[in-house]
Design a protein around this ligand. Structure first.
Ligand code: GTP
Ligand code: MG
Length: 359
């Protein structure tokens, strides 16, 4: 049996993470009849273009295709017991993401989670369909021995990679492989105001090798704004000292612009969130919130907590990048190891392995 050689982490391919501005083909002025790539007008060198080729319409073509096929996006919630993970699953579905309930009726108390369970909804906006799946996991940390408590989570993540790999190496593989791989894992940190627990450090260290980790501070309504700012700083420092790479990982910043954008996000992390699946009337509007003796904490109000920032980061700005890092880095690492291992799957040509991967 061949020895397992851990694969090198590969650089991310240069695919634009954020959508570029799309100019309708009809409004594009024709290119000069004669021109050259680098030499400027009339420099004579390079290729000669005879007119508008229409390369820029590829964005529009990709958009149309995505609208037809739709795409999957899978978020997992992980963390110690009772930090509000299941509540967050409901919050995500009931918030402006979809305004749908994830299954519990309004006044029912959310039960303790005892097994990994996923909830999916197909959300459609502007003609684009997204199947959003949130994977809820049982909390950990309340056993006497918490050793290796990340194993069931790790196992689940790897099982999804395995499923995808099996589909990919199939001779008659599907044109569009269903993607159940975990694109991001929200790691819930207890709002102690002190420091990370050893268990959190161990857990994140293990998971960050296989999945995009996004740390979040749970139940942020229990911290004052000053405590929150200080705690966030401390958590960032501790993560750095412990060498825990959370998403967006610095090494995958594509260029200066990307780095500047991601630096801002990294400085704002971990997002301090509040979850709730209850609605209240505030200023003639129904809002998701937590009712306290001194008022209502509005989940989607950026002045009250950072839930909407987190949601925008996940869906509006980084969804495609999360999927790409999952496919090109985490899955690729799994795949290379697995094929090296020769455990039943024979090495396949890599030339078309990413074809129709539904990114
Ligand atoms: N103060 C506060 N309480 C919250 C928040 N989110 C959830 N809770 C409460 O915390 C308790 C536990 O919530 P769950 O969502 O069941 O927590 P969990 O992490 O899924 O728990 P396990 O399944 O046992 O791991 C419930 O009473 C929730 O109402 C929050 O943002 N702030
Ligand atoms: Mg739960």
């Amino acid at each position: 049996m061949s020895e397992i050689v851990p694969p090198e982490v590969r650089p991310k391919p240069a695919v634009p993470a954020k959508p570029s501005h799309v100019v309708p083909p009809t409004s594009i002025p024709p290119a000069p009849l004669q021109g050259s790539g680098a030499g400027g007008q009339g420099s004579g060198g390079g290729s000669t273009l005879l007119g508008y080729v229409g390369i820029d319409t590829i964005i529009e073509q990709m958009r149309k295709k995505t609208m037809k096929t739709g795409f999957d996006f899978n978020i997992m919630v992980v963390g110690q017991s009772g930090l509000g993970k299941s509540t967050m699953v409901n919050t995500l579905f009931k918030s402006q993401v979809s305004r749908r309930s994830s299954g519990w009726s309004r006044d029912e108390k959310i039960p303790k989670t005892v097994e990994i369970k996923s909830v999916s909804h197909v959300i459609e906006e502007g003609g684009v369909k997204m199947k959003l799946t949130v994977i809820d996991t049982p909390g950990f940390g309340d056993q006497i021995n918490n050793e290796n408590c990340w194993e069931p989570i790790s196992k689940y993540i790897n099982e999804q990679y395995e499923k995808f790999l099996k589909e990919e190496v199939n001779i008659a593989r599907k044109k569009r492989i269903p993607d159940t791989r975990v694109h991001c894992c929200l790691y819930f940190i207890s709002p102690t105001g002190h420091s990370l627990r050893q268990l959190d450090i161990e857990f994140m260290k293990h998971l960050s090798r296989t999945v995009n980790i996004i740390p979040v501070i749970a139940k942020a309504d229990t911290l004052t704004p000053e405590e929150k700012t200080e705690f966030k700083q401390r958590v960032r420092k501790e993560l750095e000292v412990c060498g825990i790479e959370f998403y967006p990982q610095k090494e995958f910043d594509e260029d200066q612009e990307d780095k500047a954008d991601n630096d801002k996000i990294r400085e704002a992390m971990p997002f301090a969130v509040v979850g709730s699946d209850k609605e209240y009337q505030v200023n003639c509007k129904r809002v998701l919130g937590r009712k306290t003796a001194w008022g209502i904490v509005e989940v989607e109000n950026p002045n009250h907590c950072e839930f909407s920032q987190l949601r925008d980061f996940l869906i509006r700005s980084h969804l495609q990048d999360l999927k790409e890092v999952t496919h090109n880095i985490h899955y690729e690492t799994y795949r290379a190891k697995r094929l090296n291992d020769n455990g039943g799957l024979h090495p396949i040509s890599t030339s078309n392995s990413t074809q129709e991967s539904n990114l």
